[in-house]
Design a protein around this ligand. Sequence first.
Ligand code: ADP
Length: 255
Amino acid sequence: MSLVRLDGVTCAYNGMPALLDVDLDVAPAAFTGIVGPSGSGKTTLLRVILGTVRPVAGAVRRDPSLRLGYVPQVETVNWNFPVTVAEAVLMSRTQGRRLPWPSRDERRQVDETLDLLGIGGLGRRHIRDLSGGQQQRVFLARALLREPQLLLLDEPTSGVDVRTRHEILHLLADLNGAGLAIVLTTHDLNGMAAHLPDLVCLNTEVTGRGAPHAVLTPEVLERTYGAPMDVLSHGGMPVVVDRHTVHQLHRGRTA
Ligand code: ADP
């Protein structure tokens, strides 16, 4: 049983293909990273799963009762909206309702979710005044309050420091362990993708699918990025390096 299934999906903007003949199965236990260069169709693929972009060919089958949560890229958000963290998160519960004020239960759920994400003390702060990692968690809290079965995240670690990246990765792993399916996009091969159990490599078409050690290979990476890359091993984990960088390091050492 899959939550969402794509068969031969092609999407185009103004006649230019952004996705070509993509097959994808999102299982209830998925923890999948979509990797590829800028413009390779990662966001479009998330939007197809979400249902906000319609394919020009192929089929998308979604479990009709599926509850989805979407965490947009923090950089794309308008932060001039004058709300506090607690208000921004509460709104995801009360949106579209005839009576928009929250119940005591909903306030309690918001407090619990903010605590779970480690931002419990920030409820009264303005969202604009938070760090990138804290803003990311506010969006995560909004998505989680909808009690999704599948969580989609667009570049959840872009613009955050290394420690925050670790924390976000662990948080997502815990949520996945508790039964939430997760699909995210990332351009961070070593910091993010190499730590996920399952990857989809994308360059308009799917160029590879599987565990990091199976797809983070020079062949798949060259198909995906159109540039030669080398893969080293560090403590059993693949580490991707730009071949140009390796040559420069090597020249430096032998000079
Ligand atoms: P990624 O997330 O990997 O950067 P996108 O899915 O955003 O890739 O974009 C894939 C391609 O589609 C790019 O060439 C991009 O310029 C184009 N594209 C994305 N969104 C639009 C849009 N709304 N209108 C026109 N072209 C778009």
